[in-house]
Write a protein that binds this ligand. Sequence first.
Ligand SMILES: Cc1cc2nc3c(=O)[nH]c(=O)nc-3n(C[C@H](O)[C@H](O)[C@H](O)COP(=O)(O)O)c2cc1C
Ligand code: SF4
Length: 505
Amino acid sequence: MVAALGAGLTGVAGWDLFQRRHTILRNFPVVGHLRFVLEGIGPELRQYIVTDNNEERPFSRDQRRWVYASSKLGNRYFGFGSDNDLDRTHSNYPIVKHAAFPVSAPDAEPNHPDPKMPLPAAKVLGGARQRARAFRPSSLVNISGMSFGALSGAAITALNKGAAMAGALHTTGEGGVSQYHLNDGKLVWQIGTGYFGCRNDDGSFSLPRLVDRVSATPSIKAVEIKLSQGAKPGLGGMLPAAKVSPEIAEIRGIPSGVDCKSPASHTAFRDVDGLLDLVETIADMTGLPVGIKSAVGQGTFWADLAGRMARTGRVVDFVTIDGGEGGTGAAPLVFSDHVALPFKLAFPRVYRAFAEQNLHHDVVFVGSGKLGVIENALLALAMGCDMINVGRTAMFSVGCIQAQRCHTGRCPTGVATQSRWLEHGLDPELKSVRCANYIATVRFELLTLARACGYVHPALVPLDVIELLNADPQTGRADKLFDYESGWGLPGPADIDAITALMSH
Ligand SMILES: Cc1cc2nc3c(=O)[nH]c(=O)nc-3n(C[C@H](O)[C@H](O)[C@H](O)COP(=O)(O)O)c2cc1C
Ligand code: SF4
């Protein structure tokens, strides 16, 4: 019996090691099956023991289940009705008000998510300032910046190929452009305070190196200067020496085996004036749209930025706002939990600063911070975002199980690690398809929701279509809560006409 058991387990282990569908089984043969058994009987067990489907953070079990099903183009429906306690337990719970006469999908359109079906942004990136390489992004759902170094080469490959299949943009993260980013996905090259890929030996910014890199890499379609991210704003970064492999050292232009520090603040500019000068210089030299990414803290920066843009004509082409609830590879707890405003409070403050200068139609607004969940994404678009970036939900699509060990380098699914063994379980080919399916599903459900509200495109949904439910239970119209003036949150008249015409083809 022992021999038979041993042979059986060896057979299972062999199968686990050679199959490619499940990273967990490749990395943890035999014992990995426990995860699937527990997941399978979880709903029954949970009824008697622990948490419900809406517990677990940062993403609830229902939210993760929805992403996993979407990325496999599986059954993403839920039966029996909502298990959220709408009467009592929620605050700021978005309720979308549908139209009595919704818009029907055209007959010829597939009635399922399809990565080949684009959902363009309602604004042209770099259009207002007429940058030489301005373009209309073909996907209003794109992949947020997560560096090679924080994520494995296999995960970056999967995300980049997935972005290519779905026609989405892939922001590199501040770690620079690696070979894993060069799999046909269009890139937004993110530049942080370490200037990786465009730095001099002393760590200062090098414009010639940036220009060379852009000329040598046609897939770079925009540049994003990172001021901060929601999970650790006002804090520099540190990649410990152990993680600075020769490969990472070469990509970043730093010595290998030595701690790699990103300072808290930029050295290429010290104030808003200097920032706008740098944006204009990069845009002039490359022709690319250039934007910034930031979390939202003290408000004076935004008023100053919008004011100077209005007065001088120097502009940022896009602004990516990251909510304080955003993710990171590693951060001190107090920064993740208590520094920077959450997205729902952060974005309206920034939008207002630009709207008060009448610049809200000229800037492309991008949002991130748990926006890979449809109701959050629609609220962000109604508040005035033109595109959304998805980070951790895109990680789910390539295999992340929210084990929250990203900071240890021992990610069990090979997503956030530099361990060759753990990474080998993640098959980039298979996972890239899942990433593309997930992006397509977010677009599909956003479009479906917009049509249910009576609009042909999600960017046209006004903020008064959403109410936020509170525990009392009382609701407040979102436009009133955020004190929006009439027309705020929508594209300008010319953009509305253009996107309406595009959607009717
Ligand atoms: C593992 C990991 C690495 C990240 N690295 C970067 C980075 O290099 N640059 C950056 O701007 N944001 C970084 N972020 C933040 C994401 O780009 C995104 O702004 C944030 O997670 C919010 O989006 P989400 O809620 O969809 O994950 C990282 C996030 C994660 C989870
Ligand atoms: S599985 Fe865990 S450790 Fe790996 S990326 Fe996801 S949260 Fe991080």
